[in-house]
Design a protein around this ligand. Structure first.
Ligand code: HEM
Ligand code: FES
Length: 444
């Protein structure tokens, strides 16, 4: 029997021995190559490393001050802990509670009041898809259900990638809310607009690749509005649901409805326009209308796209494609690294397949975290510091950067474009230089 305590990860049924008692449960996951989301890099702020203690409560330190604050405000029961704040003295069995980056947004709902709804400033996106009638009348219900599922997935993803919450799917409509747990107006509006443009790419790709055999072309209309709406849990006392109510919601829906008449795809209101630097966006027509139920005119603006390269949008639209076969991607990447710098091979002590999955998991996580830059930076600090312990030096970074960019360029295939590569180069240069900066601070 080992003299060191054991952590059992219940859902993957894996045991690991925790040899460093000064480390946290999160440190133990990382050093054992167990994917464990930790967006803020272990600073006890993002809550993404949360775990449920299934057994061995008495073998963990009491909640830290940071944890107490979070647990109180989010009404956690005593079994929920932050892995980055937990040290163990004996065996424990745990369950990781956040599995994928896309689940992180759901955590925002914990900040929504259980009692009386609260007024919060949010950007609201309504997306309606046209072209379903042909689909439902000409294909089997099995095909329709399959396509609907694909449609909900690809349209939901851009909302999640941009720090939004998927509020509702109603028939052929998807509603996203941005800024549920706060944030600056310009960021929430820009996030919503980026999600809209991401949805446009997603539908184009769905039409071009997956729907070709069905002889169906989906078209979409999006309306975005910004305003103060009531947010809370509403409904029967025994069945309350997250709800957003107020005029800004109805206005967003009506703006969306104008697309058909105006022959446009994305329309935003004046209040969204006021939310960000307009010189970064390419506009089409603008029209003044009196929306149903209003007694005043509203001007709506057609959006064509961002001017120049929006790094996040480019990364988001290529991520799925790049990581479609993640083991192959990682394999290709490590071969390139070891080809350029054979001596780096000896730094990798553990299972390379698991290491490859951690790398791709991390790349995906970074793209998601870019919509929460305050956490991304903290995560990169931890990553930079831990790489010093792995024996990584400053000279290794350009090698990895080149190998990653070459792997991306090769994997992109038909999708390759100078704009896309420039976005990946900018993002990865930023990431590696942040990691290097934190690594240098440790080495000094
Ligand atoms: C884009 C920059 C990089 C990213 C995103 C990245 C990501 C990761 C991740 C997620 C891990 C898992 C452990 C942890 O979270 O601490 C890891 C471990 C590791 N990385 Fe990196 N890394 C990067 C750059 C580099 C560079 C420049 C090298 C040098 C060759 C390197 C070598 C290693 C080694 C040796 C390990 C530990 C593997 C083991 O224990 O067997 N990484 N990296
Ligand atoms: S709270 Fe633990 S990693 Fe962010």
């Amino acid at each position: 029997m080992s003299k060191f305590p054991r952590i059992t990860y219940s859902s993957i049924n894996q045991d690991v021995i925790c040899e460093d008692l000064t480390g946290t449960i999160l440190d133990c996951s990382i050093s054992n190559q167990i994917p464990h989301i930790h967006e803020c890099g272990g600073h006890g702020m993002c809550t993404t490393c949360r775990i449920r203690i299934l057994d061995g409560h008495g073998n963990i330190n009491p909640r830290t001050f940071k944890e107490k604050e979070i647990a109180r405000s989010r009404k956690w029961d005593p079994s929920i802990r932050l892995a980055c704040q937990c040290h163990i003295q004996g065996n424990v069995t745990i369950q990781r509670l956040v599995w994928t980056s896309s689940e992180i947004n759901k955590l925002q709902l914990e900040t929504v009041p259980e009692g009386n709804p609260e007024e919060r400033a949010v950007a609201i996106l309504f997306c309606d898809i046209r072209g379903f009638t042909k689909l439902t009348t000409e294909h089997s219900s099995f095909d329709v259900a399959h396509i609907l599922n694909r449609f909900y997935t690809v349209l939901g993803e851009p909302i999640l990638l941009n720090n939004g919450i998927i509020y509702q799917y109603v028939g052929d409509e998807v509603i996203g809310i941005f800024g549920v747990s706060g944030g600056l107006r310009d960021k929430n509006c820009r996030d919503a607009l980026r999600a809209a443009l991401g949805m446009q790419y997603a539908v184009e790709r769905l039409n071009r690749i997956e729907l070709v055999d069905f002889d169906v072309r989906l078209r979409m209309g999006i309306g975005i509005n910004f305003g103060r709406a009531y947010i809370g849990h509403l409904g029967h006392p025994k069945h309350k649901q997250f709800a957003v109510v107020g005029d800004p919601i109805n206005t967003a829906s009506r703006i969306q409805g104008l697309n058909k008449k105006l022959g446009t795809s994305i329309l935003i209101s004046q209040s969204v326009l006021a939310g960000f630097a307009t010189d970064t966006v390419e506009f089409g027509k603008d029209v003044s209308v009196t929306l149903d139920g209003h007694d005043h005119e509203t001007t709506v603006y057609e959006v064509i796209g961002f001017k120049g390269v929006d790094v996040q949008l480019e990364l988001q639209r290529s991520l799925d494609y790049l990581l479609e076969n993640e083991d192959e991607f990682a394999d290709r990447f490590y071969s390139k690294v070891f080809e350029i710098a054979p001596e780096a091979r000896s730094l990798f002590k553990k299972n390379m397949l698991a290491q490859g999955r951690l790398l791709t998991h991390m790349l995906g996580g970074i793209v998601y975290s870019m919509s929460r830059p305050e956490y991304l930076n903290m995560g990169l600090k931890l990553l930079g510091e831990s790489h010093v312990k792995y024996g990584v030096t400053e000279e290794h970074y350009p090698v990895v950067l080149k190998a990653l960019l070459d792997t991306i360029a090769e994997t992109l295939g038909d999708m390759y474009s100078g704009k896309l590569m420039k976005a990946w180069e900018d993002a990865l240069t930023l990431i590696t230089s942040e990691m290097k900066k934190y690594a240098a601070a440790v080495s000094d």
